[in-house]
Structures are given as structure tokens and as C-alpha cells.
Design a protein around this ligand. Structure first.
Ligand code: SF4
Length: 352
């Protein structure tokens, strides 16, 4: 019989997170640049669960969580708050940008911190306490235009069952809220958190999960089991993938990831252009590259596996699906468009 290890327990994983260079060196040999980054000022929060640290022999994954000197280089147009969220902060916990959708920042804690995080200004830093949630619930109760709440942060699935159940119960008592989603990387970095008890809570409140995957190497046996358990409990799952230079910006890497996700019942939803957060220049690809990649995917895999390529408009304009400028044009009574092979096709669409 399989004896459960302490490391199978999510609270053990959080209590034993790797938070400094010495602990990390027990898992892998650091490069000179990585060592120098730890010896200097690290502008972004650093922590990795033991589960994810064991995957860092993969170079792509290692670059997403281990600091390097690049983080201290601030490129043109980069901002601490690239999406202008602070201008739309309605309460200490709520960002209200779109008319019908609200972002609910439930926690600033993540079990593992990504170096390209849009909210690196907040994650791992102190934040409004749970006692101020009441003001946020009151806001949601009185703003009847809100239909969709995305719980995010930080990672809400790092909260206890009791706290999460309490927040979700309050949200589900508000009749005009029709959709509750949770944004999380927990099934990837802390898969043992996906317990039957947690699944029961998510099912009870009819929650959709918006998961964050960047590479097929993240789909470990534990992550497969976690996603299958969520699926078996009837939890809908989609994924968001940030396009990252030298990490996942080639067709085969994305094909492997997106097929891998479908195999664990996660629908690839967004391929996100990396937000221009401060110190992210080394992660960002040209937009043209994203357009080429998404076009190549349409020729290489089933449509269900292909996500939408979007840019989250800097300043708070929302997510905008991106097509190449030349991809569609009008020619008299036809619409002319270009397929994944670069060939032109016509659709009859008479001008009324
Ligand atoms: S899990 Fe999400 S919120 Fe947490 S550091 Fe990564 S990108 Fe940011």
C-alpha cells in the first residue's frame, strides 16, 4: 500500500516553501546570473513549492520562477501596474474595470511566484485583511450590473476551505451574480491542494476555474491527477497561457501544452501577450510572433485546442483578440482572408 508522504500534504508544501538561494541550491545548481540576482536586490517576491522546485530541472520552467538580473532592467512603456487596475479599485478587494465583471482580489499570497506576474506589485506583499471583505460584499450587492466575479489575487486556492467556502457562499447569495470564476495556478504548483473536500466546495458553488499553465513540463502526474479529480467533480476548467520568449514561443511547445491540457479536460482559452510589467522585457515576444504562432496552431491541431491570442490593453482597455492586420480585408462583394498556410480565400459577403 502506498504510504502517504508529508510532501503529499498541501500545508506541508506551503510550510516548506523555498524562499532563499541556499534552499534552492538543494534542488539545482544555480547559474552565475541567478546567484548574483539572489545576492543583490530582488524586486519581485520569490518562493517556490518543493513540488514545483522538483520540476525546475526543465530550463523553461526554471526561467519563470528563479530571479535573474534582467528583473532590474526597466524597458520602455513598462509599468508596475500595466493594466491600470489601481485606477479602477472600487474597494480594498475589488477592481471594477468592465461594466459587468469584477476582479475580486481575495489574497496576495501565492505558493509560487512567477517572475512575469502582472500583479507583481501586490503578490507576496501585505494587503487589506479579510475583515475588510464586508465593504466588498456590500459593493457587489448594490451594483446590480455585476454578473461575473473573478476571484484572483494572489491565488485564492491557497486559502483555507473555511475561508473560501465563506467567500463563495456570500457571492452565491447575490442574485444578480451569474458567474463565479477562480484564477489559480494551484493545480500546477501545489496539486495536493486539490482535495475531495475542496472539490466539493467548488462544485457546491458552481465555480469555473481559470488555470495558469505555461509549458507541458508542468503537467506532472500529480497535476494530471488534480485536474482529473476536478473534472470528475464536474468543475469546468479553462487555461490561460502567457506567451514567454524562449520558454513557450514556438509551435511545437504550444502544441504539446495545449494537447496535454485537453487530455486533462482543461480547455485552452487564452494565449496572452505578456503584459509590459516592470522588468519583463526579457520575457516579451514581438506581437507579430504571437500572430504567426496562433496561425500556425490552426494548421497543426484540432480547433478545440487552439486558444485565442489576446493582448490585455495597457491602461485597462480589457482583453482584445488579435489577428494579423493583413488577415482579413474587403474586396468588393467578397471578404478576403488568409489561412494558416498564408493562402488567400474569399467569402461572398455582398455589401448591402
Ligand atoms: S500564480 Fe498568478 S498571481 Fe501568483 S505570481 Fe503567478 S501569475 Fe502572479
Amino acid at each position: 500500500m502506498h504510504e502517504s508522504e508529508p510532501s503529499d500534504d498541501w500545508k506541508w508544501q506551503i510550510a516548506n516553501r523555498i524562499t532563499n538561494r541556499q534552499q534552492l541550491e538543494a534542488y539545482l545548481e544555480l547559474t552565475a546570473d541567478e546567484r548574483a540576482a539572489f545576492d543583490g536586490e530582488i524586486p519581485l517576491s520569490f518562493a517556490v513549492t518543493p513540488h514545483y522546485a522538483a520540476l525546475l530541472k526543465n530550463d523553461a520552467l526554471r526561467r519563470t520562477v528563479i530571479p535573474t538580473g534582467h528583473e532590474n532592467n526597466f524597458g520602455t512603456g513598462e509599468l508596475a501596474d500595466p493594466l491600470g487596475e489601481e485606477e479602477h479599485r472600487a474597494t480594498p478587494h475589488l477592481i471594477h474595470t468592465y461594466p459587468d465583471k469584477v476582479l475580486f482580489l481575495a489574497t496576495t499570497f501565492c505558493s509560487t511566484y512567477c517572475r512575469y506576474c502582472t500583479r507583481s506589485r501586490l503578490v507576496g506583499k501585505s494587503a487589506a485583511g479579510l475583515q475588510s471583505l464586508e465593504e466588498s460584499f456590500h459593493y457587489l450587492e448594490t451594483h446590480t450590473e455585476v454578473r461575473d466575479v473573478l476571484l484572483s489575487g494572489g491565488d485564492p486556492l491557497t486559502m483555507s476551505d473555511t475561508v473560501l467556502d465563506g467567500i463563495l457562499s456570500r457571492l452565491r447569495k447575490i442574485p444578480h451574480i451569474r458567474m463565479v470564476r477562480i484564477g489559480s495556478k494551484v493545480p500546477v504548483v501545489l496539486p495536493m491542494r486539490i482535495t475531495d473536500e475542496l472539490c466539493d466546495i467548488l462544485r457546491k458553488h458552481r465555480v469555473w476555474l481559470s488555470l495558469h499553465f505555461i509549458h507541458a513540463a508542468e503537467i506532472s502526474p500529480e497535476t494530471q491527477a488534480a485536474c482529473r479529480k476536478l473534472s470528475d467533480h464536474g468543475i469546468g476548467m479553462v487555461s490561460q497561457t502567457v506567451l514567454l520568449k524562449g520558454i513557450n514561443d514556438d509551435t511545437q511547445t504550444l502544441v504539446d501544452l495545449f494537447y496535454g491540457l485537453l487530455e486533462i479536460n482543461v480547455k485552452p482559452y487564452y494565449l496572452l501577450q505578456c503584459d509590459p510589467v516592470r522588468g519583463s522585457a526579457h520575457f516579451r515576444t514581438p506581437v507579430e510572433k504571437g500572430i504567426q504562432l496562433i496561425r500556425s496552431l490552426h494548421g497543426n491541431m484540432c480547433g478545440l485546442a487552439v486558444p485565442q491570442y489576446v493582448i490585455d490593453a495597457p491602461g485597462g482597455g480589457g482583453k482584445v483578440p488579435i489577428l494579423g492586420a493583413e488577415q482579413i480585408r474587403r474586396d468588393g462583394d467578397d471578404v478576403v482572408f488568409i489561412n494558416y498556410e498564408g493562402k488567400e480565400f474569399r467569402y461572398p459577403d455582398p455589401v448591402a
